[in-house]
Unconditional design. Structure first.
Lengths: 129, 129
């Protein structure tokens, strides 16, 4: 099947879900090359919009995402990657999931999860990966 | 907090997750107005990129998404909406989730979920909503 990369300027969103807990961990983007590498290597590789280049999740932190299954939606324009997440969390802010805040009706945000690691010890100066 | 609508031309992706099962049901987009309406009404409203307008999920099918909680990610550019999904499924193809196909390494797709309703009976001619 054709994945609709052209809809998003060559990129499709890839939702990352913990295969065991069902927790949604993060969302990133993939182009055709990083999707192929994700599938062939068995570890998640994104295309970073901000850096404009391939970005292997865990390249600096060691917190890699081991692929269990890739799903594609009805429109073929969004991926769902079910993973085993290595390490205490995927978020550069020190949480298991990047979705650690609840958005209230007044658009304030409340932290509703606990930190699982100290990000400065894992990432040092570079705050990603 | 400021949601980074400007990153996506006024829209942010909104991942829809079943609050009870943890299943990822679909992904849509919201602008500032449809996010506000989603939060105030308690039912999910998207901005449809293809139609270029507000799109209330369930407007034709009755399969509305009742909001339990809205989460926001570390970069404030992606939403996770945890919902109670009314009806047998959210997908216009007749499945509980839009992610009913597994993407194989050779990019063929395999249906790995069972249909939960007959879409032609729910949607008639119009295949969405």
């Amino acid at each position: 099947m054709d994945i609709a990369f052209e809809k998003g300027g060559g990129l499709v969103p890839a939702i990352i879900q913990d295969a065991q807990s069902g927790e949604v961990l993060m969302m990133g983007f993939m182009d055709t090359e990083t999707l192929a590498e994700t599938q062939s290597s068995g570890e998640v590789v994104f295309f970073s919009r901000s850096r404009g280049r391939r970005w292997k999740k865990g390249e600096s932190s060691g917190h890699v995402l081991k692929v269990r299954e890739v799903r594609v939606d009805c429109d073929a324009d969004t991926l769902l990657v079910r993973v085993d997440a290595v390490g205490p969390g995927v978020c550069h802010e020190g949480y298991r999931s990047c979705f650690y805040r609840r958005l209230e009706q007044d658009r304030t945000a409340s932290v509703v999860e606990r930190q699982t690691f100290a990000p400065e010890k894992v990432y040092g100066q570079e705050k990603r990966g």
